[in-house]
Design a protein around this ligand. Structure first.
Ligand code: PRT
Length: 289
């Protein structure tokens, strides 16, 4: 009956680093959300989904409490908050690492350097566990923002913070000494989804898988002399053998395949050296295997 259908409630960050990519990945899944600027909640027009716009920091708690069924959130936050939530799918954006960093002139000789040091961080639980696992006794100073200035104002000897480009560390005269955790945006689910919500989640993850696979892959076409098809096919790092179609010009064929974009650059010179010409690399919108 109209109006009573189950809707899967997904929490995404209201504003900040994760917001734009989270909205985009849903859009790429063909989900249309009527999105007013200051809305806290919106319904998808063509998929049983309700979007809750929340503060990133609050999302793990809302998931555990069942206010939202699923969420797009940084994995680093899930590790820190240790709530009863499950990672369903890695989404490949907002990649960063949680790292220990020290003033540039510090002579770090392995993790023992941090014994007895004061470390400022907004990630006390993750840091505490890491130090305990590695038998390091350090003094943790929890601060909620601008962690990178702590060594310069004498508050700490080192910091433990998120790093992506590394420019914040550089600007503050710090350098990365050890990566504690690698993180990216993930789709996470709370502990008590209804059967109907789980069914909708399955449909969503099916679409997400197709979108993420397509983002990593490219469609590749090239012209190859017929007597080189075997060798060129062996060079291409693809699972299935390529499609081969004869060209109007005798002795030549067009070879088509799907390839991981980053692997393609490793073999381009070899393909050309073995006679491939007119190589085209084309984006793929969705990929269902
Ligand atoms: O207010 P709200 O709770 O919604 O937001 P927030 O302050 O928790 O979130 P936000 O938008 O700052 O970050 C959201 C998520 O983005 C984080 O939980 C991470 O999963 C991810 N992410 C990816 C990052 C970074 N990269 C990142 N570089 N989060 C923060 N940073 C900060 C870092 O703390 C440091 O200050 O950027 C600075 C370093 O960046 P670089 O590029 O100079 O190295």
């Amino acid at each position: 009956m109209a109006g009573t259908e189950t809707r899967l409630r997904i929490a995404i960050q209201k504003s900040g680093r994760l917001n734009e990519d989270s909205v985009q990945v849903l859009k790429d899944c063909g989900i249309v959300i009527d999105n007013g600027k200051d809305q806290l909640k919106a319904s998808a027009r063509n998929f049983p989904l309700e979007v809750l716009y929340l503060r990133n920091d609050d999302i793990p708690q809302y998931l555990e409490d069942g206010v939202a069924d699923i969420a797009i959130v940084g994995e680093n936050l899930l590790v820190e908050k240790q709530r009863n939530v499950q990672v369903i799918q890695r989404l490949g954006f907002s990649k960063c690492r949680l790292s220990l960093a020290v003033p540039k002139d510090a002579a770090v000789n392995g993790l023992n350097y941090f014994n007895g040091k004061r470390i400022a961080t907004s990630y006390p639980a993750t840091l505490r566990k890491f130090l305990a696992d590695n038998g390091i006794g350090a003094d943790i100073h929890e601060i909620s923002g601008s962690v990178e200035i702590a060594p310069n104002i004498g508050l700490a000897d080192a910091i433990c913070d998120l790093v992506s480009s590394g420019s914040t560390l550089f600007k503050n005269g710090l350098e990365e000494a050890h990566v504690i955790l690698k993180s990216e945006a993930v789709l996470a689910a709370g502990p008590n989804l209804s059967v109907e919500a789980k069914e909708i989640l399955q449909k969503l993850t099916f679409r997400l898988t197709a979108v993420l696979r397509a983002r990593r892959s490219k469609y590749i076409l090239m012209n190859v002399p017929n007597d080189r098809i075997d060798i060129v096919s062996r060079i291409l790092p693809v699972l299935k053998s390529p499609t081969v179609m004869p060209l109007a010009e005798e002795g030549w064929s067009s070879l088509h395949s799907v390839i991981d974009e980053d692997k393609f650059w490793d073999v381009i010179d070899e393909l050309k050296a073995n006679g491939a010409e007119g190589i085209l690399v084309v984006p793929i919108e969705k990929m269902v295997v």
